[in-house]
Design a protein around this ligand. Structure first.
Ligand SMILES: NC(=O)C1=CN([C@@H]2O[C@H](COP(=O)(O)OP(=O)(O)OC[C@H]3O[C@@H](n4cnc5c(N)ncnc54)[C@H](OP(=O)(O)O)[C@@H]3O)[C@@H](O)[C@H]2O)C=CC1
Ligand SMILES: O=C(O)CCC(=O)C(=O)O
Length: 496
């Protein structure tokens, strides 16, 4: 039996169309190696067309009252809910994480749609008293223009929605460039936006490589904002290049997140949090826990409890509801993970479990890596400093809480941290002293909610945040308006 593999298109100016040069690329299921579809391998000409369409649409969209823009997003939320299972399955096939997780990914998009729909009736600015009589002053949020959203493969629906929905409710138009590993999820999301009634040109989708499509967006003079999530290496490049034209850039990049377990912790609770934040989503979350900083008093006992749980994790195709851990995204990521395992061994860390590709029934055609645990890791080792983005956890033993705080803070990243303690004083100190964008007390390092700001310190970002009210900032320009209704030149104006 032959099955035909579908060829998909870009979405530009409200029309589905092939790449102008007619090129395509294939996308594969990381659990099975199956070809999922052919997608446009776009060039600068496609980006130019998409930006022109967005630029034109912006002039109308910015004039649509924000509550009406919000109503369209509300419909998007309803459509995403209706298609949740279908979207989750597309995502699991494209990037491998298990259905529970891809359902959660769609749910984040739904939450963001409803949250930003509400912002259509707020978009709060502020008014303050001014110095002169018969004069008022207010600050308003204006849209910025065309926003380029460049997104990674690990949250193929959620992350595009974190960027697009605040940008849209604020009145901007969009060009989305999805990761080459997950174009179909983005394509289906854009179809839903179209079905919800978004006017043509307001959202455009251009598939293709970072080196061609991404570069063309960074350098395009009509792109006002670049909202990027991905690796530190690519993010730094985006920032450097975009600086030439003083483009606004928001960056969400890597993490080296830690769970701290103190001597007074509830160890059963800690095991649960560590297990799922380290190995859930195959460790491929920017918030994944890759360091376990544990006080020596409970070190051995914690590892005794954790090890069997790691070894019991079931690997396989994420479409199987019995599976706990799906594949790694692609072969080059598999190689990178294994190279880090060799680096860890070379540095003198003790490999406790894992450390090899997984074999066995149902695993031979996919990119599976065994959940891996290192102990005797020192904070300065590369496996404790660099982002691996896979199922590898490094255990660092410490003597004191002070030492735990110092170790947590001594990496180039600062996205998410967690602490397990039953002592309120320790929890309060953690809130004060851990230099992290997100802190969890008595739960693991993952599970962000969209109504609060998301992002990190140090090399994780460049100071911006996604989600919550803060998520509107990069997509809006403050405009201050003074109105003088005295009808005459006032004294303070003459004095100044
Ligand atoms: N802090 C956060 O919020 C999050 C951070 N991440 C980080 O993302 C990384 C994993 O994602 P991954 O997709 O591998 O990251 P990449 O940086 O490789 O890719 C991210 C996006 O950037 C594009 N891109 C690549 N090179 C360029 C370029 N020169 N110019 C413009 N765009 C480019 C990619 O396109 P293409 O796919 O075609 O290469 C993709 O769309 C991890 O490091 C992870 O920590 C992930 C999720 C959340
Ligand atoms: O679950 C979370 O903390 C959100 C994670 C996320 O967005 C990511 O890892 O890319």
């Amino acid at each position: 039996m032959t099955t035909t593999v579908q060829t998909f298109q870009n979405f530009i100016g409200g029309k589905w169309q092939a790449a102008r040069e007619g090129r395509t690329f294939a996308n594969y299921n990381p659990a099975t190696g199956e070809v999922l579809g052919h997608f446009p391998l776009s060039s600068t000409a496609d980006v130019d067309a998409a930006v022109a369409a967005a630029r034109q649409a912006f002039e109308h969209w910015r004039l649509v009252p924000a509550p009406k823009r919000g109503e369209i997003l509300f419909r998007v939320g309803e459509l995403l809910s209706r298609h949740k299972e279908e979207l989750a399955r597309i995502m699991t096939r494209e990037m491998g994480k298990v259905l529970k997780e891809t359902r959660g990914d769609v749910q984040e998009g739904i939450d963001m749609a409803y949250y930003m729909a509400g912002e259509g009736r707020r978009l709060f600015g502020y008014t303050v008293p001014v110095e002169l009589p018969n004069k008022s002053g207010m600050a308003l949020r204006d849209p910025v223009g065309v926003v380029a959203c460049i997104t990674p493969w690990n949250f193929p629906i959620a992350i595009p929605t974190w960027k697009m929905f605040p940008a849209l409710v604020a009145g901007n138009a969009i060009v989305l460039k999805p990761a080459s590993d997950t174009p179909q999820s983005a394509l289906r999301l854009v179809e839903i936006l179209q079905e919800a009634g978004l006017p043509e040109g307001v959202v455009n989708l251009v598939c293709g490589s970072g080196h061609e499509v991404g570069e063309a967006l960074i350098h395009h003079p009509d792109v006002a904002v670049i909202s990027f999530t991905g690796s530190t290496e690519s993010g730094r490049h985006v920032a450097v290049e975009a600086a030439q034209s003083l483009k606004r850039v928001s960056l969400e990049m890597g993490g080296k997140n830690a769970v701290i377990v103190l001597d007074d912790a509830d160890l059963d609770l800690a095991v649960e949090g560590v297990l799922w934040s380290a190995y859930g989503t195959t460790g491929q979350r920017c918030t994944a826990c890759s360091r376990l900083i544990v006080q020596r008093g409970v070190h051995d006992h914690l590892l005794e409890k954790l090890l069997p749980r790691i070894e019991q994790l079931r690997l396989g195709d994420g479409l199987d509801e019995q599976v706990d851990v799906g594949p790694v995204i692609n072969a080059s990521q598999l190689e990178k993970i294994h190279a880090y395992v060799e680096i860890g061994q070379g540095e003198g860390a003790t490999l406790v479990t894992g450390g090899a590709c997984a074999e066995g029934e149902g695993l031979t055609s996919g990119n599976f890596y065994r959940p891996t645990l290192f102990k005797d890791v020192r904070p300065e080792m590369r496996i404790a400093q660099e982002e691996i983005f896979g199922p590898v956890l490094s255990v660092i033993a410490v003597d004191t809480f002070d030492e735990a705080i110092a170790v947590n803070n001594q990496t180039p990243f600062g996205l998410s941290s967690a602490i397990y303690t039953q002592n309120i004083n320790n929890a309060q100190r953690a809130m004060r002293d851990l230099t992290t964008g997100i802190l969890y007390i008595n739960s693991g390092t993952t599970g962000a909610e969209i109504q609060l700001p998301f992002g990190g310190t140090r090399g994780t970002g460049n100071g911006h945040r996604e989600a919550g009210i803060a998520g509107l900032d990069v997509f809006t320009e403050w405009k201050v308006v003074y109105t003088d209704y005295s009808g005459k030149l006032q004294k303070a104006q003459i004095d100044s």
